[in-house]
Design a binder for this molecule. Structure first.
Ligand SMILES: [Ca+2]
Ligand SMILES: [Ca+2]
Ligand SMILES: [Ca+2]
Ligand SMILES: [Ca+2]
Ligand SMILES: [Zn+2]
Length: 385
């Protein structure tokens, strides 16, 4: 678990303004020079937005005029808030029903707040396109480009032209687009953590995106922005004990609950690790798997899903029994033998990625090389197994 400091250092308004005017996707770390101007600012709820911003609004350039009126936008200094401006290409913006589902994923998060509530309040800004509930005056349609290529450069250019610089310390920025970099990847977050991402489940690659596709991919890419990886503690994908939309097994189809429903959020349990050198089929995912089903990879590369709850025995090596305890099996299909470690995502959320927040210490970023996202072909293949 990554401890969160109760008090976060905050840039002065001058340094924050400099940060707000800097480049978009890759936010610079504060330099040693401006580090001397850091002062302690109270962030009671730990969402990286200082109490003063959440109470009085954020004055990006220090001219005494509030530029981002956080209290008017519903921020609360005693409850975790997450702001996301959403621009969109024609036909790509998620439906109101999908946005409602995203809000609910965060609202129901097992994250405690100083005001006694649980959950994260996510503020999605689609401008006028999805009604007052999703209009904070920032989202807008952008010029249709069926291939953002190169993705970082073109995303930055759209961001620079459509996103108020004063918002950079408060809002994550995303684009509902079509495709990028000449491929069929579902999205991109550029860094972990970060302040910018794109969702690209558009028609160019034949995604035929449903609300499920849009919700799963949005929550997945935003998850990278707030520090989450494909393997939780590491980058190993398709771990059956990692019950999160950050896992490709569940990004587009949801995390499977044992009652037949689906969950479209981050993991809130950390089931026991699985040693692929000698996985114990008799215990399945252990007691924490009780509320879930799960999926895993067989030696022939096919994907299997449990029929019932994942705390029951599971045939990890797909040989027809659930009694093996010492037979090696490549359960996540990466052709290596590893110890598959799960993570409770919600306990490890990082607020304040990229330029967002009141000047926390520079964060180590996971580079884009780790962020080749699930493609349309991979998703079709998973569905047909
Ligand atoms: Ca705060
Ligand atoms: Ca707050
Ligand atoms: Ca077996
Ligand atoms: Ca493996
Ligand atoms: Zn990803």
């Amino acid at each position: 678990m990554r401890p969160r400091p109760a008090l976060l250092a905050v840039l002065t308004s001058l340094a924050a303004a400099a940060l707000a005017m800097s480049s978009a996707v890759a936010a610079p770390a504060p330099s040693a020079d401006n580090a001397t101007t850091l002062v302690a600012a109270t962030d009671t709820d730990g969402d990286s937005l200082p109490d003063t911003w959440e109470t009085n609004g954020y004055d990006a350039n220090g001219d005494g005029v509030v530029d981002v009126d956080l209290p008017a936008m519903g921020a609360n200094p005693k409850k975790k808030d997450l702001f996301v401006e959403m621009d969109y290409m024609s036909g790509r913006l998620a439906s109101t029903a999908a946005l409602d589902r995203i809000v609910q994923v965060f609202a129901s998060a097992p994250v405690s707040n100083p005001d006694g509530t649980t959950g994260v309040k996510i503020h999605l800004d689609a401008g006028a396109a999805r009604g007052a509930a999703y209009n904070l005056g920032g989202g807008n349609e952008v010029t249709y480009d069926d291939d953002l290529n190169p993705s970082a450069t073109q995303t930055n250019a759209i961001k620079a032209a459509n996103f108020a610089a004063a918002r950079k310390a408060v809002f994550h920025y995303m684009i509902w687009g079509d495709s990028y970099d000449g491929g069929c990847s579902s999205g991109q977050a550029f860094n972990i953590p970060n302040d910018t991402f794109i969702v690209t489940v558009g028609p160019k690659c034949g995604w035929n995106a449903t609300d499920d596709t849009n919700v799963g991919t949005f929550v997945h890419e935003l998850g990278h922005n707030i520090g989450l990886k494909h393997g939780g503690t590491d980058n190993l994908n398709y771990k059956p004990n990692y019950l999160s939309v950050m896992n490709y097994s569940f990004q587009l189809g949801g995390v499977l609950k044992s009652d037949g429903t689906k969950y479209w959020g981050y993991s809130n349990v950390q089931p026991t690790s699985i040693n692929e050198a000698r996985p114990d089929e008799t215990v399945g995912l252990g007691s924490l798997g009780a509320g879930y089903k799960t999926s895993w990879k067989c030696p022939n590369g096919s994907t299997r899903t449990t029929a019932g709850a994942a705390n029951q025995p599971i045939d990890w090596n797909c040989d027809g029994d659930t009694t093996d305890t010492t037979t090696a099996a490549d359960i996540n299909g990466d052709k290596t033998t590893s110890i598959l470690i799960a993570q409770n995502n919600w306990a490890n959320i990082v607020f304040g990625g990229g330029a967002v927040g009141g000047g926390t210490t520079p964060r180590t970023k996971t580079p884009a090389s780790e962020l080749h996202e699930i493609t349309h072909d991979e998703w079709v293949s998973m569905q047909h197994q």
